[in-house]
Design a protein around this ligand. Structure first.
Ligand code: SAM
Length: 250
């Protein structure tokens, strides 16, 4: 059975896709996608020996060698352009996912859906998607085993029914008597769909961020460095905005 986190990636796919799961580890996602019909074929890509062997064992023990190929290599090096239409990358930092996409750009031709789950650095990834004209069509947030995860599904601009201008235009959130306007940068940071959906997990994530910022502020207040004041000012501003967003949701 898939974890809640991987199940969300599975559910954000359309049926019958040709999937590449990059950094597949035990190949749990490709196996589940073939078994459910979400994928017709799959490639499990792995950089490292141990997980690569684990993926091969998993595919063999599920008897799906005819439909899932396990390939060893860095990022999108393991696929040819045009070979797959859907790519999943989960369980890594946003910077690493961004790096894999940037380095493998030529392989993205013909790929109509990216489903990504950064552990941290979601803002870096959203910025890359935006700069490269990928439009986010869906976002999810979930909590599992004491951790909070975000999942982002994006499609190339030419393939999307909405545009990035629409996704990132300043957005009003809240209720009639308490509304705030979020800037494009704030939407890149918090997630254009997640801010609209709100919910307990979203609130919890940003309460944790507030805690982190307060800890940094406490240590900055003890610093004599000239930059400390400026940095503290910026963080206080950020803190205030996050609190405003949360106050619209409770
Ligand atoms: N995707 C699975 C999941 O979400 O449960 C596994 C996540 S695991 C934490 C990250 C995997 O990515 C590791 O197995 C690691 O070997 C692999 N990995 C890291 N960098 C990679 C790269 N550049 N290309 C392919 N795989 C990579």
């Amino acid at each position: 059975k898939l974890s809640k986190r991987l199940q969300l990636l599975h559910d954000l796919m359309d049926p019958g896709r040709n999937l590449a799961d990059i950094g597949s580890d035990h190949a749990l996602l490709p196996v589940a996608c073939i078994q459910s019909g979400q994928a017709a074929t799959a490639i499990a890509g792995e950089l490292n020996e141990g997980p690569y062997e684990a993926a091969k064992r998993q595919v063999a023990s599920s008897g799906l060698q005819a439909k899932i190929e396990v390939r060893r290599g860095d990022g999108l090096d393991v696929i040819e352009a045009g070979e797959v239409d859907t790519i999943t990358i989960a369980g890594m930092g946003g910077a690493l996912i961004t790096n894999i996409l940037e380095r493998g750009k030529l392989k993205l031709k013909g790929v109509t859906r990216l489903i990504l789950q950064p552990n941290v650095g979601e803002d870096i990834l959203r910025k890359w998607l935006f700069d490269n004209d990928y439009v986010i069509e869906a976002e999810r947030i979930l909590e599992e085993d004491g951790k909070i995860y975000e999942v982002i599904a994006a499609v190339p601009g030419y393939f999307s029914h909405i545009s990035n201008d629409e996704v990132y235009e300043p957005k009003l959130i809240g209720t009639a008597d308490h509304v705030i306007e979020l800037t494009s940068d704030e939407l890149l940071k918090m997630g254009p769909f997640l801010v609209e959906q709100g919910g307990a997990v979203f609130v919890k994530k940003w309460e944790w961020e507030i805690d982190k910022i307060q800890k940094v502020l406490a240590s900055l207040s003890k610093s004599d460095l000239p930059e400390a004041k400026g940095k503290a000012g910026e963080l206080e501003q950020e803190l205030k905005r996050i609190e405003e967003v949360l106050s619209c949701m409770q």
